[in-house]
Design a protein around this ligand. Structure first.
Ligand code: M6R
Length: 624
């Protein structure tokens, strides 16, 4: 996830060394330079994950100096700028364009007068870029339109200052953003926020701005959270905040978290933070990709002419949680795109006889893009002559270099070993791909596509409702968490969610948990069912709820407690616990999955497990 830091004030003594060395305070409590303070802020943001970093420093004589590169903050040498008065810095997690030096932030206008760092996505950047004909662009990013738009405003109205220009530009941007802008001959940092967080640090000797308080917590605990639509100017005279062009007052609060807790957004574990991030990470996944009116999607992927029309099979290869996302998606491909779709555990995959390579699309689903088993499957598919495609979270990862095309899930970095938000974003991305393929093949009517897109649009809000219901899950975890074993069941789209629910629980709580198709209960597992084995069931739309409930009843008859994720409006009086799932059609089981994530989390938390780093497991499994 990208990170922002900005500083203006009197904490620095004047630079004599490069920013890297001067990021330590001297005996007098002063830092050597503005660069040192900004560099230290970037170090504090490293935990968010990033692939590139950069700074822009401004001084009355030195003007504007930008330094940026792909790679680690430690490798970024911030230059000596003795007269620098303020600066901004950025850690980038790539979404548009690979992690290169040119794509790193800050981005500048044509003449290097304005520099901007940005978190979020400018959804209409392609339209804006076309309107900026004549401007020279040097990166693949959506961000770069912003300094050029500011340049346009400043050129059109020479009396305008940076604040005015940013206020005007802000109205032209669609999507989510947190922006910090500086200008060569102005002593201020101008910031704007819509949909992406920005917080001001209000120290006695300095003002900071950052994407989260961790960046400046060592300097001040007094903070102001900006609201959507706010534009603010940070200068030697203090802070001015504007909403709709009018000055506004915003509260100053005192943060009591320690840095470690702040990195986790106040949560005890990254896993819980990432579970709670799902509404916003899904908005990022979907941003600018849904054409709800036209009933189509724009995933920015292309296939050779006629390839999709002639497609015989989509074969998904993946491991672990990504495999379950693939199992969910395979059903969507068959239903929406009218094409045979199969899923294979990547380590088991062989191209197989009787298949036609040039009519097969092999889709590798992998959060990290580095899983050895999945890469092995891609290589076998390539060797067989099949067209390959990746769905991944990680720009520049190995898988992206080995396939014919890629769609990024844009979930932001996931630090907890247990995959949570990336599962939701994988399924959402694959659902969009299914719509795109279905529309291309003529298998999906526009009206049906529109209905799927509406379901997807409703997903972030529906998940928020589940998150708001967390206390009910915590209570259920306390009541049933000490059981001997747990069974997770569902049908249709509920099966991959049941499998994923069981994986999550066993992975972080170390309890025995199994997931299977509900109909299979009576074919064997029922022998294990006792009053000490709760059954957790997906009883939503898309999961053939009534039939699943019959199987749950079979378990209840043997004394098993039953917990169900139930579509809003449905009632199953015999359930011991019913979790309400808002109505979002084809993605409803994905919402139910959030209850199962929270259940796993709270069971493990009650047991004091090391949730973010479960024993024997790694986030990225790079051995076969
Ligand atoms: O990076 P990938 O998506 O390829 O990783 C695949 C699995 O290793 C991963 O999903 C694993 O199962 C998770 N720890 C599950 O929470």
């Amino acid at each position: 996830m990208c990170g922002i830091i900005g500083y203006i004030g009197e904490l620095h003594a004047g630079g004599q060394t490069d920013g890297k060395e001067s990021s330590e305070a001297t005996d007098g409590g002063k830092f050597q330079s503005v660069g040192g303070i900004v560099h230290r802020g970037l170090k504090n943001l490293e935990y968010r994950g990033y692939d590139s970093a950069g700074v822009a420093l401004v001084g009355p004589t030195s003007g504007l100096t930008v330094t940026k590169r792909s790679g680690e903050v430690d490798g970024l040498t911030v230059p000596d700028i003795p007269d620098a008065t303020h600066g901004v810095g950025h850690t980038r997690w790539s979404t548009h364009g690979p992690p290169t030096d040119a794509n790193a932030h800050p981005h500048t206008d044509c003449v290097g007068d304005v520099a901007v760092v940005h978190n979020g996505i400018v959804e209409n950047h392609e339209t804006l870029k076309r309107e900026l004909a004549g401007h020279e662009f040097t990166s693949d990013t959506d961000t770069e339109v912003i300094p050029h738009l500011i340049e346009e405003e400043l050129t059109a109205d020479p009396s305008a200052d940076l604040l005015t220009a940013v206020q005007r530009v802000e109205g032209k941007l669609e999507g989510s953003y947190a922006i910090c802008a500086v200008r060569e001959d102005e002593g201020e940092i101008v910031v704007a926020r819509r949909g992406s967080p920005l917080v001001l640090g209000r120290g006695e000797d300095a003002t900071f701005v950052a994407s989260d308080v961790t960046a400046f917590l060592e300097h001040t605990r007094d903070v102001t959270y900006l609201e959507d639509g706010d534009v603010a100017s940070l200068s030697a005279d203090g802070v001015e905040i504007f909403a709709s062009g009018e000055p506004v007052e915003r509260e100053i609060e005192t943060v009591t978290w320690e840095a470690d807790a702040a990195e986790k957004g106040g949560y005890d574990h990254y896993m819980r933070k990432e579970i709670h991030e799902q509404p916003s990470s899904l908005r990022q996944t979907l941003a600018g990709r849904l054409d709800a009116d036209g009933g189509d999607v724009n995933l920015d992927v292309s296939f050779p002419p006629g390839f999709l029309a002639d497609l015989e099979e989509i074969r998904i290869v993946a491991c672990g949680t990504s495999y379950y996302a693939g199992r969910y998606a395979a059903q969507l491909f068959e239903e929406l795109a009218g094409v045979r779709a199969t899923v294979e555990i990547a380590s088991e995959y062989e191209f197989g006889a009787g298949r036609t390579p040039d009519r097969t699309l092999v889709v590798a689903v992998t959060q990290s893009g580095e899983t050895a088993d999945t890469l092995g499957a891609v290589r076998r598919a390539n060797a067989a002559g099949a067209r390959t495609f990746a769905v991944t979270n990680t720009l520049g990862s190995t898988v992206t270099r080995e396939v014919d095309g890629t769609a990024f899930i844009r979930a932001g970095p996931e630090i907890g070993v247990a995959a949570t938000k990336t599962f939701a974003s994988q399924v959402a991305t694959l659902a969009m791909l299914a719509v795109a393929v279905g529309r291309d093949r003529g298998a999906l009517a526009a009206a049906d596509a529109r209905s799927v897109l509406e379901d997807l649009q409703g997903l972030p809000g529906a998940i928020q409702q589940v998150l708001d219901d967390e206390e009910q899950v915590r209570e259920a975890a306390r009541e049933y968490g000490d059981s001997e074993a747990f069974f997770f069941v569902g049908r249709a789209l509920g099966v991959p969610v049941a499998l994923e629910g069981a994986l999550k629980l066993k992975e972080i709580s170390y309890d025995h948990a199994e997931g299977f198709a509900a109909g299979e209960l009576k074919h064997g597992p029922l022998a294990l069912v006792t009053p000490e084995t709760p059954v957790l069931a997906v009883l939503t739309d898309g999961a053939r709820a009534a039939e699943t409930m019959n199987n749950v009843t079979e378990a209840q008859t043997r004394g098993a407690p039953a917990l169900g994720c139930v579509s809003a409006g449905d009632e199953y009086d015999t359930l011991d616990v019913a979790f309400d799932v808002p109505d979002v059609g084809i993605v409803e089981p994905l919402v139910a999955n959030v209850y199962l994530q929270l259940f796993a989390y709270h069971v493990a938390n009650e047991k004091g497990r090391p949730i973010d780093k479960p024993r024997n497991l790694a986030k990225s499994v790079t051995v076969e």
